[in-house]
Ligand binder design. Structure first.
Ligand SMILES: [Zn+2]
Length: 309
């Protein structure tokens, strides 16, 4: 690692790396990873839910040859679990990540090599929104929308996680990427940084004088890619007999599907889509400079709507 002395440059202003998690750790020597009680509770509840309600369904999948399988889980079962109920509402991505760990465990126990993806269905009506009601402040919220599918893009891949190697010490670091954003590389190598701090303790040098520079190369072969499809959809209204009243030409929104949902959605279908509201740059614009943003939906699951035209 290259260490530059920059007089008057204080730690915290000199380092150009933001995530508070990294900063917290960087100020002190590495500690043992603490067990997060919320995480433990979530894993325990997922296990009770999956084993309690879906054990036989999983066992029936033995012999399946698909590389990925969407596994439907009823939302009311999540709602009955004290920790998961809260976590799925506040941070569905985190809740699902823990669910996937338990699901993977159960698939392994049944010797099913397929990758399971949890698709939560049957969300309560209070998640039901309309396209025209969505605003920027709704970003990261969980919503359901009743829509007609206008268009489905060709599947395309994106770099989901990039792996980097520190040229100084050889440590590899994985950096999760965001779709349709500039690729992000690590700002600092933890191992090299810890070494600097250790040296400071022994050599009695003021830490404010040092400014470690990242020195990474991307390991292209070890990066993770994901296939996705963009879905364009329109808000629909229908009556209690599921007769279509209106399909809006104005209130349209884009959504994205991945894994087993790629190639699962057809144009002109009526669907309830359950997903997370995201904010995206306007397509075909220079995202770094253009400030305009659009709302879109990261689709977590889809349900057929029995609508009559
Ligand atoms: Zn390093």
């Amino acid at each position: 690692m290259t260490v530059f002395a920059e007089s008057g440059d204080l730690v915290g202003t000199g380092y150009n790396y933001e995530p508070s998690r990294q900063r917290k750790h960087s100020m002190s020597p590495p500690k043992n990873v603490k067990i997060d009680p919320e995480e433990q509770a979530a894993l325990r509840e997922w296990k009770a839910l999956i084993v309690g309600h879906y054990k036989d369904d999983i066992a029936r999948l033995q012999g399946m040859e698909d590389s990925v399988h969407g596994f439907h889980i009823e939302h009311h079962l999540i709602d009955a679990q004290p920790t998961l109920r809260h976590m799925f509402h506040e941070n569905p991505v985190r809740a699902l990540e823990f669910g996937h760990r338990i699901m993977r465990e159960q698939f392994d126990a049944n010797k099913i090599p397929t990758r399971p993806v949890i698709r939560v269905v049957g969300l309560s009506e209070n998640y039901l929104n309309r396209v025209d009601e969505l605003r920027m402040r709704d970003r990261n919220d969980l919503v359901c929308l009743d829509v007609k599918i206008n268009d489905v893009s060709q599947p395309y891949g994106w770099l989901k996680q990039a792996k980097y190697e520190c040229r100084d010490c050889g440590t590899t670091t994985a950096v999760d990427q965001r779709r349709a954003r500039e690729r992000e590389s690590p700002r600092v190598c933890r191992v090299c940084l810890d070494k600097v701090f250790a040296d400071m303790d022994t050599k009695d040098m003021p830490m404010g004088l040092f400014h470690p520079r990242p020195n990474f190369r991307m390991l292209t072969e070890e990066c993770t890619y994901e296939d996705v499809q963009d879905i364009s959809m329109s808000q629909i209204t229908y009556n209690s007999e599921h007769r279509l009243i209106n399909c809006s030409t104005r209130n349209q929104i884009l959504g994205t599907v991945a894994d087993d949902l790629v190639d699962a959605i057809k144009t002109s279908e009526y669907l309830r889509i359950n997903g997370i509201v995201r904010v995206q740059p306007v397509p075909d614009r220079n995202f770094a400079k253009d400030t305009r943003r659009l709302l879109s939906i990261d689709i977590l699951s889809i349900e057929e709507l029995p609508i009559q035209d």
